[in-house]
Design a protein around this ligand. Structure first.
Ligand code: ATP
Length: 310
């Protein structure tokens, strides 16, 4: 792993045995985890510990279970086997300490909300009863908007913001509860390169300053390649966990997909050639332990298309 614990993070936050963490200090711990919908096994045999301040990228083709992984961490989707603890307890109990940046959401319900409203929901939306509208809350909202560079459009309805501006506000909303874990589900979708960079820098700054663990689902590794400590690669044939250098190799992805996949490194970028990315991934039929061993490939995991992902 590259730099599992950012130097800027106070030791108490990183926690050798932090309150609300597991014995190992992990903020997320999965053991033999399996997630199924009916008879459809999406992933299985998942053993993973995410540490404070770690940046974990979750990669994989359409339908490989990336969003389901995030939903499990949020306590919205139960495992079908194995165990999952978040901050040492159940995912639901940990909810208040988990920030969530969803995929670019349907805007219709939020279009008239102002940026500051969304961030305020992040602060007090979890609470029952009357919401405090104190000066302290207003000041906190302003601080958060400033920290994500969104002060200039604090009072603009979301429907009038660009995709990149909205993502800044959503990150602000996710940071409003001072989370120890930040879950981001494809936050870069439909953003141009400048906005991708701005969003990834915001997320990285947060984990470096506060030791917030980041679980970052993405189709595209390159915008976060320099930040990622480890990759969880979900594929039709199983999964693999390791550093980008370990996982993103021709040998590793060829084993995961059960077909020839070439991983090229061009000017510091990763280019994957030949990985199928169809929406209908077949169910798993085999599994092994994670880390250095790729799972066997399920029958039928044959590429329909050849894809180059720059
Ligand atoms: N609530 C559900 N009930 C039944 N099947 C589901 C449900 N949610 C997801 N699935 C199926 O589980 C599989 C994994 O879905 P998931 O959305 O987690 O994949 P993903 O990797 O995030 O995909 P994408 O990259 O397309 O967003 C898919 O085959 C999907 O159709």
């Amino acid at each position: 792993m590259r730099q599992p614990v950012p130097a800027a993070v106070p030791r108490a936050r990183l926690g050798e045995a932090p309150a609300g963490g597991s014995d190992s200090g992990a903020v997320v711990s999965l053991r033999g985890a399996e997630l199924s919908y009916g008879t459809r096994v999406v992933w299985q045999g998942l053993d993973l510990e995410v540490r404070p301040g770690e940046f974990l990228a979750v990669l994989g083709p359409n339908g490989s279970g990336k969003t389901s992984f995030v939903r499990a961490l949020l306590g919205r989707q139960p495992l079908s086997a194995g165990t999952l603890t978040v901050l040492g307890g159940s995912p639901r109990e940990a909810g208040r300490h988990v920030g969530y940046v969803p995929q670019q959401a349907e805007l219709s319900a939020q279009a008239m909300l102002r940026a500051r409203d969304l961030v305020r929901f992040g602060i007090d939306g979890h609470r029952f009863g009357p919401r405090p509208r104190t000066g302290a809350v207003r000041r906190r909202v302003d601080e958060i908007l400033a920290s994500v560079g969104a002060s200039a459009y604090a009072d603009v309805p979301l429907g009038m913001l660009s995709g990149g501006e909205r993502q800044r506000v959503r990150i602000g909303q996710a940071l409003a509860t001072d989370p120890r874990i930040l879950l981001c589900d494809e936050p870069l979708l439909s953003l141009d390169l400048n906005h991708q960079r701005a969003v990834t820098e915001l997320v990285d700054a947060r984990r470096r300053s506060h030791g917030t663990a980041v679980v970052f689902v993405t189709h595209e590794i390159n915008p976060v390649l320099g930040l990622v400590d480890r990759v969880l690669y979900l594929a039709p044939g199983g999964h693999r966990i390791g550093t980008p250098e370990e996982v993103l190799t021709s040998e590793s992805l060829s084993r995961l997909y059960g077909t020839r996949v070439d991983v090229l490194r061009v000017q510091g970028r990763v280019v994957v050639v030949g990985a199928p990315d169809g929406p209908a991934a077949p169910p798993h039929h085999t599994h092994e332990t994670a880390h250095e061993t790729a799972h066997e490939t399920a029958p039928g995991a044959v590429p329909q298309t050849e894809e180059v992902r720059p």
